[in-house]
Design a protein around this ligand. Structure first.
Ligand SMILES: *Cc1c(COP(=O)(O)O)cnc(C)c1O
Length: 404
């Protein structure tokens, strides 16, 4: 069943059971089997229907504002003595790449006849994207969010409520993302017929990792023709993206996965340091285990208890990575780097001054990794600018006060 060792097998697609190498699959309670099986048996057929493709791409163009520009960052390039292009997912409606997936999944849910949409959210970015699409389509939307996150992320809670979503507090455990996910799963079990669960990254049971990667793959699909226009070649030398669950990286890598000449660089959050005990660098610290329905690398104790991660950026503060990324790590197809909270903050301030773009804290980790790499003058580097920094202004203000 392993597809790890041969070069002839594509990195893009899992096998029929949803495995990328040894990672993936669908480890779900019996009571979820019907929901997940319905999705698994229908998602590819629906995603290939011409009317679906047309509706998806029309919304990406007219509602999200795609294609997102590919911007040559000249002053940043000069600093690193190379050519660095920024894929501007920060310019999407709602400010990040997450809307690509939310639109895809809600359109798919409609074709499955689902009238009710549920989602989990940590910092609220995925919740806002999902609530946005539900408002657009007039669908009921329930977002599960840890009680602690509801307190910490008041602006996003207000946005979701203004968009008509019901935000439900998860009050068990650490009252954060993991607990919100458990509540969403419980809801899905109780509403198997009319509800679709929109997962926000390339995680969860098969077919979610493959489905979400396909929706986000529009990022690298555009990058190829944009590079061709700007450089004469569709292929860059490097693609760099930050990894929480891994959806913006999966989208940015997707159409380059089977191009061995393209170096893929995934950047995780090192928090206070990879080995500080306060980190989210899953590839470095994780071991194979089951989290949220699939086998992947998971940060865990000796006896398999999931370890609480830490990152300054809520979107990277996750103790797992998607199974595709675990496979890219294990097979060596992608290089995994990490950046600390402090390095990410510094990089955010630097790129803001150099390019006039305030990046999301998540994306700032990808910028920070540039300093750990060396480039040639004629390299072509694509960095996925996954989101804008408006949501992180309080953190940036706090950092500025500290440095005064
Ligand atoms: C949520 C988020 C991430 C992390 O999620 P992935 O699934 O790893 O992409 C990264 N950047 C931004 C701006 C986000 O909102």
């Amino acid at each position: 069943m392993s597809q790890t060792k041969t070069n002839s097998v594509s990195y893009m697609h899992p096998n029929e059971h949803g495995y990328f190498g040894q990672f993936g699959g669908a480890y779900i309670p019996e009571m979820l089997h019907r929901n997940v099986e319905e999705l698994r048996s229908r998602y590819l057929e629906i995603m290939h229907e011409p009317s679906f493709v047309a509706a998806f791409h029309q919304l990406l163009r007219d509602y999200v504002g795609r294609p997102s520009p590919l911007f040559l960052a000249e002053r940043l390039s000069a600093l690193h003595n190379t050519r660095i292009y920024l894929k501007r997912e920060d310019l999407n409606h709602t400010g990040a790449h997450k809307i690509n997936n939310a639109i895809g999944q809600v359109l798919l849910a409609q074709r499955l006849g689902k009238k009710r949409i549920i989602a989990e959210t940590g910092a609220g970015q995925h919740g806002v994207a999902t609530a946005t699409v539900c408002a657009l389509m007039g669908l009921e939307c329930i977002v599960y969010m840890g009680e602690k996150d509801i307190e910490r992320q008041a602006p996003n809670v207000a946005r979701m409520q203004m968009l008509g979503a019901k935000v439900v507090a998860a009050t068990s455990g650490s009252k954060t993302l993991k607990d919100a996910t458990n509540e969403a799963i419980r809801d899905w079990i109780n509403h198997p017929n009319d509800t679709h669960y929109v997962i926000g990254s390339v995680v969860g049971p098969h077919p979610y990792p493959d489905m979400v990667a396909r929706f986000q793959s529009v990022i690298s699909e555009e990058t190829r023709w944009q590079l061709k226009e700007k450089t004469g070649s569709e292929l860059p030398t490097h693609v760099i993206a930050c990894v929480g669950g891994g959806s913006n990286a999966a989208g940015a890598f997707y159409h380059f996965l089977d191009e061995p000449a393209v170096q893929l660089i995934a950047v995780e959050a090192a928090g206070l340091g990879v080995y500080s005990g306060m980190s989210a660098a899953t590839s470095q610290l994780g071991k194979p285990g089951i989290l949220h329905g699939s086998k992947s690398l998971v940060m865990q104790t000796e006896d398999g208890q999931v370890v609480e991660p830490h990152s300054i950026s809520a979107g990277l503060d996750y103790p797992g990575i998607g199974p595709l990324h675990a496979h890219l790590f294990e097979s060596g197809r992608a290089t995994f780097l990490s950046a600390t909270d402090e390095e990410a903050l510094q990089a955010a301030f630097e790129v803001t001054k150099l390019e006039g773009i305030i990046p999301a804290l998540e994306t700032a980790h990808a910028f920070a990794a540039l300093k750990q790499m060396s480039f040639k003058a004629n390299d072509v580097v694509v960095l996925c600018l996954s989101g804008r920094g408006d949501k992180d202004l309080a953190t940036y203000m706090h950092a500025m006060q500290k440095n005064d």
